[in-house]
Design a protein around this ligand. Structure first.
Ligand SMILES: Cc1ncc(C[n+]2csc(CCOP(=O)(O)OP(=O)(O)O)c2C)c(N)n1
Length: 250
C-alpha cells in the first residue's frame, strides 16, 4: 500500500529535538520562520541572531547561518552583520524580556535607523527562562514570580506596546502583531513573517513581527488553557493587525 505524504518537515529546521516545554509556541514560531525562509528560497542566504531567553538555543534549530547576541543586543549584532553583508537576509529572534526590557533601546534605535533587518518578537508576557518574573509586557493584574499579587499599574506601570511604539518611527517598513494560539492565526502569523522578509528584500527598512505566545510552565496553566489565555487576555491588551506597511498591499 502506498502512503500519501500529508506533511514534511521544512528544510529550514535542523533535525535537533527542541527543548521547549509542552504547549510553548516557540517551536511553532520557529517552524513558521523556517518555512518562510525555505519558500522564499533564501535559507542559504540568511543569517539569524539568537537572543537570550528560552530561545537562546535557536541557533541549534534553524538550518541557516546563526550567531548569538548578549541579552537584548540582537538588533545591534544584526545591524553589524547586515551592514557588512548587505546581500544577506538578517533576522533576530527575541523574547519580550530580551527585546522590551534590557534590549528596548537597541530595538528602538535599530528601527529609528531603518536597519534593513527583520525582528521576530515572541511576546509571552513573562520572563520564561529565568522562572517567570514580570516582563515589560506583563498584563495588568497578571501574577508572576515578582508580582505575586498581580501587576499593579500604580507600582509597576503599564505594559509596553512595542508595535504601536515602533510604528511611529520613520525607519520602520513593516510592523505587524500576530498570534500563535490557533491554526487560523498561525497561518496569519506566517503571512506576516513573509511580508516582513519581503520588506527586507525590497530594501524598505526595518521590519518586525510580534507574535503573541504561551508560557504554560510559568503561567501555571496547561497547554490548552494557555492558548485560551492568549485569546481571552493577551489579544484584548495587544490588538492584532498591521501597524505599518510601507510596501502596500495586504
Ligand atoms: C545581562 C543579563 N541580564 C540578565 C540575564 C538573565 N536572563 C536570562 S533570560 C532573561 C529573560 C528572558 O525572557 P524573554 O526574553 O521574555 O524570553 P523567554 O524566556 O520568555 O522566551 C533574563 C532576565 C542574562 N542572561 N543576562
Amino acid at each position: 500500500m502506498t502512503m500519501k505524504t500529508v506533511f514534511t518537515k521544512t528544510n529550514g529546521l535542523t533535525d535537533n529535538p527542541t527543548h521547549y516545554c509542552p504547549g510553548c509556541t516557540h517551536g511553532i514560531i520557529h517552524r513558521l520562520v523556517a518555512e518562510v525562509l525555505e519558500e522564499m528560497d533564501i535559507l542559504e542566504n540568511t543569517i539569524g541572531v539568537a537572543s537570550v531567553g528560552c530561545s537562546v538555543l535557536s541557533y541549534e534549530y534553524f538550518n541557516c547561518d546563526m550567531t548569538q547576541a548578549a541579552h537584548g543586543r540582537a538588533p545591534a549584532v544584526a545591524t553589524g552583520v547586515k551592514r557588512v553583508l548587505p546581500d544577506r537576509f538578517v533576522f533576530t529572534y527575541q523574547g519580550d524580556g530580551d527585546l522590551a526590557s534590557i534590549g528596548i533601546s537597541e530595538v528602538i534605535h535599530a528601527a529609528a535607523r531603518g536597519e534593513k533587518i527583520t525582528v521576530i518578537f515572541v511576546n509571552n508576557a513573562i520572563y520564561g527562562m529565568t522562572g517567570g518574573q514580570m516582563a515589560p509586557t506583563t498584563l495588568i493584574g497578571q501574577k508572576t514570580a515578582t508580582t505575586p499579587f498581580g501587576r499593579d499599574e500604580s507600582i509597576q506601570g503599564s505594559p509596553i506596546k512595542v508595535c504601536e511604539m515602533l510604528a511611529t518611527l520613520d525607519g520602520t517598513a513593516y510592523i505587524e502583531r500576530a498570534s500563535a494560539h490557533d491554526v487560523q492565526h498561525i497561518q496569519k502569523a506566517k503571512r506576516a513573517i513573509r511580508k516582513a522578509f519581503e520588506a527586507q528584500k525590497n530594501g524598505l527598512g526595518f521590519s518586525m513581527v510580534e507574535i503573541l505566545s504561551t508560557c504554560p510552565t510559568n503561567w501555571g496553566l496547561d497547554p490548552y488553557e494557555s492558548l485560551e489565555w492568549v485569546k481571552d487576555n493577551m489579544i484584548p491588551a495587544y490588538p492584532l493587525g498591521v501597524y505599518k506597511n510601507k510596501q502596500g498591499g495586504n
